[in-house]
Design a protein around this ligand. Sequence first.
Ligand code: ZN
Length: 328
Amino acid sequence: MQTISKASCTMASFPCTRVKSGLCLWPGMKQLCLRKGLPYGLLRFLSIPFKTLWGASRSLKVTQFCNVYNMSSSLQIELVPCLKDNYAYLLHDVDTGTVGVVDPSESRPIIDALSRKNRNLTYILNTHHHYDHTGGNVELKARYGAKVIGSGIDKDRIPGIDIALNGGDKWMFAGHEVLVIETPGHTRGHISFYFPGSGVIFTGDTLFSLSCGKLFEGTPEQMFSSLKKITALPDDTNIYCGHEYTLSNSKFALSIEPNNEALKNYAAQVAHLRSKGVATIPTTLKMEKMCNPFLRTSSMEIRQSLSIPATADDAEALRVIRQAKDNF
Ligand SMILES: [Zn+2]
């Protein structure tokens, strides 16, 4: 009884404002219930130490809501805004205290986030070599002795790289399996980090919410193939991308598929979140499949909007959509 009232109190004080699919009223609860059944989920929830709930009560702005996303897998993910519209992500394994950061654009916001919780940094993961994803590498490595992990293809372009990984490699982050997926197109050495046990993927500048990265070093065929690898993952995979571009992306998406009801609803939700300064990330693969024009190359409405022939293949459709987006 005492435990229950404690839990109720905790829940009542959650400042969680996320509206997406009701997922975050009790962060993690939905997954717990789905995976192990309600009684197990309840027991598990009530037995979770208070410290694992801390992330849901972080101070407002984009960091304040539902950053504890995968309590069932002991991996906590904290979003750290960097530069103008980049996101870095702090990974924290609750069991071992191991901390990693994905794509630190700059060091200061990462140092501040770590200092607030008196944490060290063990790993730096880079999805690709661009400065707005690696700018903090050298300083963070020098300060914490962290190991830098990146693509073997781009080992000469990733500052401070220690561990070079390639597509198909498996790597372990504090007991969490990490699958490296080669996702070229934006850059030739771009990789994505997939954590199957937690159902999350870090897609850098390959897949954004409602868009994909610009084709700086790759072809439409490569980008289509990269996106296809991501869409083959489970629909409930949470997607953490490198930028908060969703609102502007939604305007382009609506311009070429104005009758997509799911997109209209999502765009309204995105506008609401952004009007409050709240992050739209993570998104889910399911939402992106329903709304992201770059995953909807077979949509007749999109093809008609951009005069893409019905006979054109998906990569050609992607090329035309990308070109239209570049000129939007
Ligand atoms: Zn980039």
